[in-house]
Design a protein around this ligand. Structure first.
Ligand code: PLP
Length: 444
């Protein structure tokens, strides 16, 4: 592999560049495993295409038949430092040898403490921050809902159309990116109302809205007619909608939400589970929007694939007493050690690389898209980029064609493909992904 620009160094950078497909896809071993999986797995799983992963290193995943794929899905924007980064693996092994579990709800433990300290240090608050570690994104959102209700003594929540906040019943009540995620699961928690989210497609047209029309609906119709602001505990928003289609919120929209919250004593919760942890070139997407939340949720890229998340809030929001909230596994020392190693890598190389490689990837995707009428938009920030097609079928066909050529992407929204590679991705991999994407679009 030759790299022509400054890119991440170290072992993780070794496994990047061109993929290699040596069998038909799925290959014979993959087909056999898929048949066994079909017989035992919950039918609710939605495998986008028949990838059966065996191992991973850097930006490359190798399947059970020995085919090598360039991974621009990164386990749904999770493997921020690439697959099995040696420093993360070493931290996990070292901690597993030392202590696997103690239950931080009931006992103290140094890795749990250090990870909270690091997260508090990078939290986007002027006030000192406190942290509650969780096992997942949805658990972080549950915690944020509970804390907001407890602190404000109010029941209501405002979320947004197209939002995804998780699948447990509280978070699911806020989620509405796809109807099949909600169908059959009611009643969900009451007094949750969904406001329109600005879905701006400015790439072809050259100008976008500022979200003022959507803010007006929230102010007049929802807070004016449906739920009194004095009944609302929190407005929960993804600064960049993820599963809903990779739509960044306009700065003015986020400022408007902050103003509504300030006016009515509502807490602003930024769900940065997908958009945070350096993916946009700064720790949090909301930092680029000049707005401070009261509570922030994080998970996904926080520990390179180990299951851990957090909700972080300004000190004065934590008014609940001992016993009000806890979790047996959450903040597990092995996950916390992986998180600490991950934060170091993101800080030293991932974040700046996300900005520069994001710009390179974006311009490459735009070059491909310029000649393709079926592509409606290219958008996003840093390495959180989406390409929207005119139909769901077109997005799916390109996703499949990319897979057949050795590039892993993932659909989001109604008809978009997301590109969320590891933050340590290098020039050769970005250029290979652009080339394969172009071929896949041509073929599909
Ligand atoms: C913005 C956002 N919030 C919450 C979640 C839920 O996270 P988890 O799947 O870890 O429960 C996701 C997952 O995609 C997400 O993108």
């Amino acid at each position: 592999m030759t790299t022509v620009e400054a890119t991440p160094s170290g072992a993780a950078a070794r496994n990047q560049g061109a993929p290699h497909i040596q069998t038909e896809l799925p290959g014979p071993r993959a087909r056999a495993l898929i048949a066994r999986d079909d017989a035992v797995a919950s039918p609710s799983l939605t495998r986008a295409y028949p990838l059966v992963a065996e191992s991973g290193s850097g930006c490359v995943v190798t399947d059970v038949d020995g085919n090598r794929f360039l991974d621009f899905a990164a386990g749904i924007a999770v493997c921020s430092t690439g697959h099995s980064h040696p420093k993360v693996v070493a931290a996990i092994k070292e901690q597993a040898d030392r202590l696997i579990h103690i239950a931080a709800t009931d006992f103290y433990e140094p890795r749990y403490l250090e990870f909270m300290e690091r997260l508090a240090a990078i939290a986007p608050f002027k006030e000192k921050a406190r942290v509650f570690l969780t096992n997942s994104g949805t658990e972080a959102v549950e915690g944020a809902i509970k804390l907001a209700r407890y602190h404000t003594h109010r029941p209501g929540i405002i979320a947004f159309e197209g939002a995804f906040h998780g699948r447990t019943l509280g978070a699911l009540s806020l989620t509405n990116s796809k109807i099949k995620q909600r169908a059959g699961f009611g009643p969900l928690i009451p007094m949750v109302h969904h406001a329109p989210f600005p879905r701006i497609r400015a790439w072809r047209e050259g100008s976008g809205g500022d979200g003022s029309a959507e803010l007006e609906v929230l102010r007049r119709s929802i807070l004016g007619r449906i739920i009194a602001p004095s009944d609302v505990a929190a407005i929960v928003v993804e600064p960049i909608q993820g599963e809903g289609g990779y739509f960044p919120a306009p700065k003015a929209f986020m400022e408007g939400l902050r103003a509504i919250c300030d006016e009515h004593g509502i807490l602003l919760v930024a769900d940065e589970i997908q958009s945070g942890m350096g993916r946009t070139g700064s720790w949090w997407a909301i930092e680029g929007m000049g707005v401070e939340p009261d509570i922030l949720t994080t998970a996904k890229g926080i520990a390179s694939g180990m299951p851990i998340g957090a909700f972080i809030a300004r000190d004065s929001v934590w008014t609940w007493p001992p016993g009000a909230h806890g979790s047996t596994f959450a903040g597990n020392p092995v996950c916390a050690a992986a998180g600490l190693a991950t934060l170091k890598i993101i800080e030293s190389e991932g974040m700046s690389n996300a900005a520069s490689m994001g710009a390179r990837l974006r311009s490459g995707l735009e070059r491909v898209a310029a000649d393709v009428a079926a592509i409606r938009d290219v958008r996003g920030v840093g390495l959180m980029l989406g390409v929207e097609f005119d139909t769901h079928e077109a997005a799916e066909a390109v996703q499949d064609a990319a897979f057949q050529r050795g590039l892993l992407t993932l659909e989001c929204g109604e008809s978009s493909l997301r590109f969320s590679p590891p933050l340590i991705v290098d020039v050769a991999s970005v250029d290979a992904a652009i080339r394969i994407f172009g071929e896949a679009v041509g073929a599909a």
